[in-house]
Design a protein around this ligand. Sequence first.
Ligand SMILES: C=C(CC[C@@H](C)[C@H]1CC[C@H]2C3=CC[C@H]4[C@H](C)[C@@H](O)CC[C@]4(C)[C@H]3CC[C@]12C)C(C)C
Ligand SMILES: C[S@@+](CC[C@H](N)C(=O)[O-])C[C@H]1O[C@@H](n2cnc3c(N)ncnc32)[C@H](O)[C@@H]1O
Length: 373
Amino acid sequence: MEASTSATLLWTGAVVALGLGYWFVCMMGAAEVKGKRAAELKMGSITRGDVHARYSQYWSFFRRPKELSASATAAANVPNIINTYYDLITDITEWGWGQSIHFSPAVPARSHRDATRLHEERVADLLSLRPQHRVLDVGCGVGGPMRAIAARSGAHIVGITINQYQVGRARAHNRKAGLDGRCEVVCGNFLEMPFEDASFDAAYSIEATCHAPHLEDVYGEIFRALKPGGMYVTYEWVTTPLYRADDAGHVETVHGIERGSALPGIRAQEDIGRTARKVGFEVVEERDLALPPAGPWWVRLKMGRLAYWRNHILLSVLTFLRIAPRGVVEVHDMLYETAIHLTRGGETGIFTPMHMILCRKPLLAAARDGAGN
Ligand SMILES: C=C(CC[C@@H](C)[C@H]1CC[C@H]2C3=CC[C@H]4[C@H](C)[C@@H](O)CC[C@]4(C)[C@H]3CC[C@]12C)C(C)C
Ligand SMILES: C[S@@+](CC[C@H](N)C(=O)[O-])C[C@H]1O[C@@H](n2cnc3c(N)ncnc32)[C@H](O)[C@@H]1O
């Protein structure tokens, strides 16, 4: 072969490889909801060099989830580690899932995005929200639900999250959506919220209070911040009556979910209503939104298997090229493992992430008695 032909072939090969690489990173790695690309993944407020160490710290802390709520010292540390967890997963979640960090029942012939919005709008409907209402979003993430609920109801929403990086993302999304006049975001701990007593007309939480070591503490805070007569709705992560503590498979599934989701022990379904009543709420309605005729919430995770391999390779290449920080691949793999346990929890019916409870603060609310869970 002539030298000039080989050179042409080499150049053509190089151009094609570069083109494919660019396509892989930019197109295949593009965010489900435009705004985050694989090459832009940050790990929240963690500096690049610390990502791997902070991931290891998270992992060793959450290896034995149940012990975290049992020991007072460990429980006191939970909010800090949860902050680290959201530093580690927020961008990956926005990139691979979207701006709403929760599950939704699948809706036939509708996209995931529509199903997500419908699940969020149900909150506005259950609370009968109106434009004059001031509403609290407990554990608001980057504000996907807040924007859907504000857009549907016209209400003014105040979200709280423990993670400063999420505050920045949520505010930027609110501005971009033209909803910053109606959506506010505050950084703080929902176990001791920086809000006046009786300052909200309504409140909701979507897949967030499961992070509290003692559910009573967060429900008590929400009760305090609500006006008498105010309504509260929450979607809770719980084990269902099908869960058996003497079935090793069930225990491993639930443990796997807890480990990879920063949960200090998943509660049983019956604990939810009991705790709501204990802090003073009246329970208006309670049901598992995952039960038929609802479509399976976990199918979206199954479709992610192919995406997992694509994303795993992509993140490995980006880490090798030092575009992504070391530790990203481990965090991504942890989420994948968690997705397997979540899918098993959904398929066996032993776990639901959408046990809904609708509560009212009585007009003549009694002060809540003692503590403990
Ligand atoms: C409510 C919580 C978060 C729940 C979910 C939103 C997340 C739980 C598992 C996450 C994911 C698993 C697999 C990832 C996939 C391998 C990757 O390529 C792209 C992102 C995932 C799909 C990721 C997205 C978010 C989850 C579904 C908890 C923490 C209380
Ligand atoms: C799974 S995300 C759900 C976010 C949002 N509700 C959504 O559905 O998109 C859980 C949220 O709870 C917040 N959170 C967990 N523990 C918290 C605490 N102690 N105080 C405040 N926010 C907390 C996290 O920061 C995160 O924003």
